[in-house]
Design a protein around this ligand. Structure first.
Ligand SMILES: NC(=O)c1ccc[n+]([C@@H]2O[C@H](COP(=O)([O-])OP(=O)(O)OC[C@H]3O[C@@H](n4cnc5c(N)ncnc54)[C@H](OP(=O)(O)O)[C@@H]3O)[C@@H](O)[C@H]2O)c1
Length: 287
C-alpha cells in the first residue's frame, strides 16, 4: 500500500493557535516533539516538560534553528506530585496562562507479567496514570479558580481497551486515563473544561523502537496487522490532536479518537475468509 505523505497541518489555518499557550508533557521526543512542532507552526506558545534536561535543551535549540521559534521548558518527573506542582506553577507564572494541556508523557515495558516486579508495576502506574492525574489536577485547579475554559488532551492508547500481552501496567494505566477523561468530562463540563484522548495503536518512534518494536521482523509483523497497511508514525497522531485542541471540537468532551489504521479491529474473520473461501477472481470479483 502507498503510504500517506499528507501534511496534517495543511488543513489548519496558519495562526489557529495564535495567543494560546500549550503545555506538552514529554514534548521533547517522539509524538510529543511532533506535537510541539505542530503547535509552534500554528502560532502557539509552547512549554515542554520531562525529566531529561539535556533532551529539553536540544529540542529548544532545534526549534530555534529550524523554525526560528522559542519554546520554554521545565524539568519535571510527573510521578512526583510536588515536582508537578512546581512545574505547573512555573508555567503559569511564565506565560500568565495555559490554554491547552497535552498529557503525552508516558512509559512502558515489555515483560511477561509473572516476571513483573511490584516496583516496576508501580513505577509505570505512577508515571502514566497518577502522573497524568497530578498534572491534570494542578492545571485544572487554576482554571477552575480563574473561571477559565481550558482544554485537555491525553495521549492514551488502544491497549487501554484491547489489553496487550507483556504490557500489563501500561495497558491498565491507559484504561485508567481513558476512564478519567470520561469522569472529568462529565465533572468539569460545568466549568467549560473539555478533556478528550487520542488513542494510538502501535506508533513508530525512536523510543518505542528501542523499548518495544526492537527489530524489523516485529515491525513487519505489526504492519501486516494494520488494515490500512501502514505502521502509523507520530505525524498521524498530530492531526486528531490539533482537531481536539481547536474550536471545531467545542462540543466534544470525554471522547476518544483512535489512531491505529484499524489495528485494534478484529481482522481475524477477514483472514479466515480469504484463506478458506477465496473469491474466484480475487478482489476484482465483485458483483
Ligand atoms: N509509540 C507508540 O507505539 C505509542 C502507542 C500508543 C500510545 N503511545 C503514547 O504516546 C506517548 C508518547 O510516547 P512516544 O512513543 O512518543 O515515546 P517517547 O518518545 O519515549 O516519549 C515519552 C516521553 O515521556 C517522557 N517521560 C517518561 N517518563 C516521564 C516522567 N516520569 N515524567 C515526565 N516525563 C516523562 C519522556 O521524557 P524524559 O525521559 O525526558 O522524562 C519522553 O519525552 C506516551 O504516552 C505513550 O504511552 C505511544
Amino acid at each position: 500500500m502507498k503510504e500517506n505523505k499528507f501534511n496534517p497541518l495543511s488543513v489548519y489555518k496558519e495562526d489557529l493557535f495564535k495567543g494560546k499557550t500549550v503545555l506538552i508533557t514529554g514534548g521533547g521526543s517522539g509524538i510529543g516533539k511532533h506535537l510541539t512542532e505542530a503547535f509552534l507552526k500554528l502560532g502557539a506558545d509552547v512549554i515542554i516538560s520531562s525529566r531529561d534536561e539535556e533532551k529539553l535543551i536540544q529540542t529548544q535549540k532545534a526549534f530555534k534553528e529550524e523554525l526560528g521559534k522559542e519554546i520554554s521548558y521545565f524539568t519535571c518527573d510527573i510521578s512526583k506530585p510536588e515536582e508537578v506542582r512546581g512545574m505547573v506553577n512555573a508555567s503559569f507564572a511564565l506565560k500568565g496562562k495555559i490554554d491547552i494541556l497535552i498529557n503525552n508523557a508516558g512509559a512502558n515495558t515489555l515483560r511477561p507479567t509473572e516476571n513483573l516486579t511490584p516496583v516496576r508495576w508501580k513505577a509505570i502506574i505512577d508515571t502514566v496514570l497518577s502522573g497524568t492525574y497530578y498534572v491534570t489536577r494542578e492545571v485544572a485547579k487554576k482554571w477552575i479558580k480563574a473561571k477559565f475554559a481550558g482544554n485537555i488532551i491525553n495521549i492514551a492508547s488502544t491497549t487501554g481497551w484491547t489489553g496487550s500481552p507483556y504490557m500489563a501496567p501500561s495497558g491498565a494505566a491507559k484504561a485508567g486515563i481513558i476512564n478519567l477523561g470520561k469522569t472529568l468530562g462529565s465533572e468539569w463540563g460545568k466549568y467549560g473544561i473539555r478533556i478528550n484522548d487520542v488513542s494510538p495503536g502501535p506508533v513508530f518512534t525512536k523510543g518505542s523502537f528501542q523499548r518495544l518494536w526492537l527489530n524489523e521482523e516485529i515491525i513487519d509483523s505489526i504492519k501486516s496487522k494494520v488494515p490500512l497497511g501502514k505502521f502509523p508514525g507520530p505525524e498521524d497522531v498530530v492531526g486528531p490532536v490539533l482537531f481536539l485542541a481547536s474550536p471545531a471540537a467545542e462540543m466534544i468532551t470525554g471522547s476518544t479518537i483512535t489512531v491505529d489504521g484499524g489495528e485494534a479491529l478484529k481482522v481475524m474473520f477477514d483472514d479466515l475468509v480469504d484463506k478458506f473461501r477465496p473469491r474466484k477472481g480475487g478482489a476484482g470479483d465483485i458483483d
